[in-house]
Design a protein around this ligand. Structure first.
Ligand code: AHR
Length: 522
């Protein structure tokens, strides 16, 4: 208690000191005060989660090529993608949608492949889906990735019985028609399923429901989602998108409703130039770069809005906010199927990823899960594939660099920084967060949003001293630098030496449009 009071006092004193000193131009403009000896909440590893929908070439081609493919694979899952994802340390994977989830009937995707029903993917390109990737293939993928399953159930066009049976099929160890069916299909032991969502975007593609109607339906479905054996489902209720806090209020206000879920989802996409013309992923000027940054930093406001409602009804923070779709959404690449949402990925996306992950870290007490949309070949992907080739995107590198925050404890930081301006609009030029891991190593992750200017940041590190500091940086000459199948390593991380650490103060020179992670070892 005395230690905490002391830390708070030092923190307030320093904050007042820096505000005053800044006003009087006595200290550098850009300061990140780091209180290293009073770690806060654990940053759930699951905010580094991913999302794979039956959409375009995400599942088919991107992940699943089938066991008979010439592309090297393990049980049908392509090895190149698998190995790259393992390196990134993926904690959980959401599947099968998205909008697809509320059209998906899981029994179509089990049993002998030649007997599986074909369906038309009405949301995404109207292509015929042969269901060769189903429950067993997805659970094998999670096993191979060493990650948890996040399954999204069908509320919009499914039944309570269908959803209840899926959970039984997946997780029950008792003898029953569902578990016998599972065994007939080659899986003796039940799987573990950590996250299960009760519908997706049920205010839209998941049934166009009102908040009150969905709340009642969710209560009904949730009642039959059993915990079998030791499996404990973390039930995710469908939340709103963007700033629709009224939906959150409806789901949170009644104890009988909020008692039926552990997490509430929100979706927020960074839309640069309006939904009708979202702009090119690769061909943009600084005005559009700025607009993307502005849309990115707004994620903080979105979270704060929903957090405020949740805090009112759940003071102990027992319910998690699940940001299970986020990322940049641009126009599809010219000449590709508009329903496949295939977009390239540049340095702009890397900065986007860093901003979001820093925001999620900073909200560690409430944000418990987050999933980038989407993992391979769709929207802001970490991996792109073309036939037997694969490239890692700039976004991939940020996830790989930031993996050090997974399950580490958030450290209190106070950032004061210059603005990055464009015309008469502005955003903070720096994004930051810090954590301390189980071994006592501290990691500071930073992004410089300004594409034209290097920025020097001064970081007094309070309460601990460190013997060794190392760093990694991701940056590029051009705003739209990207990796292509011809030049796959244009944007890749490098050792970062642009800092000093003396007398407990880090001085960092951040290149323009850069993402940096520093490691401080005692
Ligand atoms: O990620 C693409 C789509 O965006 C998802 O299917 C849907 O949930 C959201 O509207």
């Amino acid at each position: 208690m005395r230690k905490s009071l002391h830390v708070i006092f030092v923190f307030l004193f320093l904050t007042c000191f820096f505000v005053k000193a800044q006003k009087e131009n006595l200290v550098a403009v850009n300061q990140l005060v780091i209180i290293a000896n009073n770690p806060g909440p654990v940053i759930s590893k699951d905010i580094y989660g991913h999302f794979s929908e039956h959409l375009g070439r995400c599942i088919y081609e991107g992940l699943w090529v089938g066991p008979d493919s010439k592309i090297p694979n393990t049980y049908g899952i392509r090895n190149d993608v698998l190995f790259a994802l393992r390196e990134m340390k993926i904690p959980n994977l959401r599947w099968p949608g998205g909008c697809f989830a509320d059209t998906y009937h899981w029994k179509d995707g089990i049993g002998p492949k030649e007997k599986r029903a074909s369906i038309v993917n009405t949301h995404w390109g109207g292509v015929t889906e042969d269901n060769s990737f189903g429950t067993h293939e997805f659970m094998k993928l999670t096993e191979l990735l060493g990650c948890d399953a996040y399954i999204n159930g069908n509320v919009g066009s499914g039944t309570v019985k269908e959803m209840a049976e899926w959970i039984e099929y997946l997780t029950s160890g008792s003898d029953s028609p569902m578990t016998r069916l599972r065994k007939e299909n080659g899986r003796e032991q039940p799987w573990k399923v950590k996250y299960f969502a009760i519908g997706n975007e049920n205010w839209g593609c998941g049934g166009n429901m009102t908040d009150e109607f969905y709340a009642n339906v969710m209560r009904q479905f949730s009642t039959y989602l059993n915990n079998y054996g030791e499996n404990r489902l973390y039930r995710v209720a469908c939340g709103p998108s963007d700033f629709n806090v009224a939906w959150t209020e409806t789901l949170m206000k009644d104890p009988a409703t909020r008692g039926r879920f552990q997490g509430l989802s929100i979706h927020y996409y960074s839309i640069t130039d309006g939904w009708n013309n979202k702009g090119s992923a690769t061909d943009f000027d600084e005005r559009l770069w700025f607009q993307t940054m502005r849309a990115n930093v707004q994620m903080d406001q979105v979270i704060r809005g929903h957090e405020a409602i949740m805090d009112r009804y759940d003071t102990q923070k027992t319910k998690g906010l699940v940001v299970d779709e986020w990322g940049n959404w641009f126009n599809v690449e010219p000449g590709t199927n508009p329903g496949f949402l295939y977009q390239q990925n540049t340095m702009r996306d890397a900065v986007t990823a860093a901003i979001h992950l820093n925001i999620f870290n900073q909200h560690a007490d409430r944000v418990k899960v987050a999933n980038l949309a989407q993992m391979v070949n769709v929207l802001q992907s970490v991996i792109l594939t073309k036939d037997d080739k694969m490239i890692l995107t700039p976004t991939y590198h940020v996830f790989r660099m930031f993996r050090v925050h997974q399950d580490a404890q958030l450290i209190t930081t106070s950032l004061r920084c210059e603005d990055y301006t464009n015309g008469d609009r502005k955003v903070p030029a720096i994004s930051a967060s810090a954590s301390v891991d189980k071994e006592g190593k501290m990691h500071v992750s930073l992004a410089n949003l300004n594409p034209n200017k290097a920025i020097t940041l001064t970081c007094p590190v309070i309460g601990e001293t460190y013997k060794k500091v190392t760093g990694e940086v991701l940056t590029s000459d051009a705003m739209n630098a990207m990796n292509t199948f011809e030049t796959p390593e244009t944007v890749k991380p490098a050792v970062f030496n642009g800092f000093t650490y003396k007398d407990g103060v880090l001085n960092i020179t951040m290149p323009s449009k850069s993402v940096i992670v520093l490691e401080l070892v005692k």
